[in-house]
Design a protein around this ligand. Structure first.
Ligand SMILES: *[C@@H]1O[C@H](CO)[C@@H](O)[C@H](O)[C@H]1NC(C)=O
Ligand SMILES: *[C@@H]1O[C@H](CO)[C@@H](O)[C@H](O)[C@H]1NC(C)=O
Ligand SMILES: *[C@@H]1O[C@H](CO)[C@@H](O)[C@H](O)[C@H]1NC(C)=O
Length: 274
């Protein structure tokens, strides 16, 4: 992969699940070179990896909505601007490989919900169906890709949703994957549909990294109570309260995101070789 990334930039934009995939990719690449040849650093919520002798970089940009979230205004609340992309677009122009995801944060409710209002074409509204709002945001994203991406130097990927494991197939204490092949994760389908439709209508070919099915069986592969909160590992006390603390969204490494990256790699190889 390093050979193929020579002189190139691979950018990953999205939420913490995409950061999970970034970490996986960086671990895989880092282990293939002497550590003196690697540069790993962060700036704010962005993450960077450079392999010096390959002059390549892998970069992560935090943007769970892909569009802009404006902090609380003096009047009114936090505004999700579904017609304007967030800062990542300035940093990512010209990158050779782009990998996006979004979806999980649009479904947050209660205290996890990060917006109060939507802004669209100069109007601020409080109510909009999530599927419609997400569709408009994806349109904003796809328009940017179609206008700014030069297909001859850039390949664009969008990763499908990674299933979580709550309820009957709770991840806590699991040591075996789900072996019943008829098992289907209950996914927020409207979100998935919007992504697939948006990609289907674009001028730029976008590869859909469709990892949902292979991931849904791996209830045993989450970080569970060995997760971190605000950068700190759970205390022994917290680990004894898995109902409150088990993380059934993120993934252990080495683990499932490595497989997503192997598929990403396979996809790149298939493109480059005749
Ligand atoms: C290193 O890669 C960048 C693109 O990421 C390119 O602009 C630059 O010319 C490359 N430098 C060398 C010495 O190959
Ligand atoms: C989790 O597994 C441990 C070890 O097998 C067991 O002692 C414990 O009862 C299990 N807890 C739950 C909630 O299933
Ligand atoms: C993604 O993969 C699943 C399972 O293999 C399949 O049912 C679905 O049609 C795929 N979606 C797309 C858009 O290819």
């Amino acid at each position: 992969m390093l050979e193929r990334l020579k002189g190139k930039r691979l950018i990953i934009v999205g939420d913490s699940i995409n950061r999970n995939q970034y970490e996986s990719l960086v671990c895989l690449l880092y282990s293939a070179i002497p550590s003196s040849q690697a540069d790993v650093y962060m700036k704010g919520r962005s993450r960077f990896f450079r392999a010096k002798q390959y002059n390549c970089s892998v970069e992560f940009y935090w943007s769970p909505f892909l569009v802009q979230l404006k902090p609380k205004q003096e009047l009114g609340g936090r505004i999700l601007r579904i017609d304007k992309l967030s800062d990542w677009e300035r940093s990512c122009r010209g990158a050779n490989i782009m990998l996006f995801n979004s979806g999980h944060w649009w479904l947050h409710r209660g205290s996890l919900k990060k917006w109060d209002l939507f802004q669209y074409k100069g109007k601020v509204v409080s109510e909009m169906e999530i599927q419609s709002a997400f569709g408009k945001a994806m349109k904003t994203w796809s328009r940017w890709i179609d206008r700014n991406v030069d297909m001859t130097i850039t390949k664009v990927f969008f990763r499908s949703l990674a299933p979580t494991h709550h309820g009957k197939e709770w991840c806590y204490n699991q040591t075996q994957p789900i072996k019943d092949e008829s098992y289907v994760a209950k996914l927020p389908n409207p979100i998935e549909e919007v992504i697939e439709k948006t990609i289907g209508r674009m001028r730029t070919p976008v590869r859909y990294l469709n990892i949902t099915k292979l991931t849904q069986y791996r209830k045993d592969a989450h970080t569970s109570v060995y997760t971190t909160r605000q950068g700190k590992r759970l205390t022994a006390m917290q680990r004894r309260q898995p109902e409150s603390y088990a993380d059934c969204s993120h993934w252990c490494l080495p683990g499932v995101p490595d497989t997503w990256n192997i598929l990403l790699y396979a996809s790149l190889v298939m493109d480059i070789l005749p």
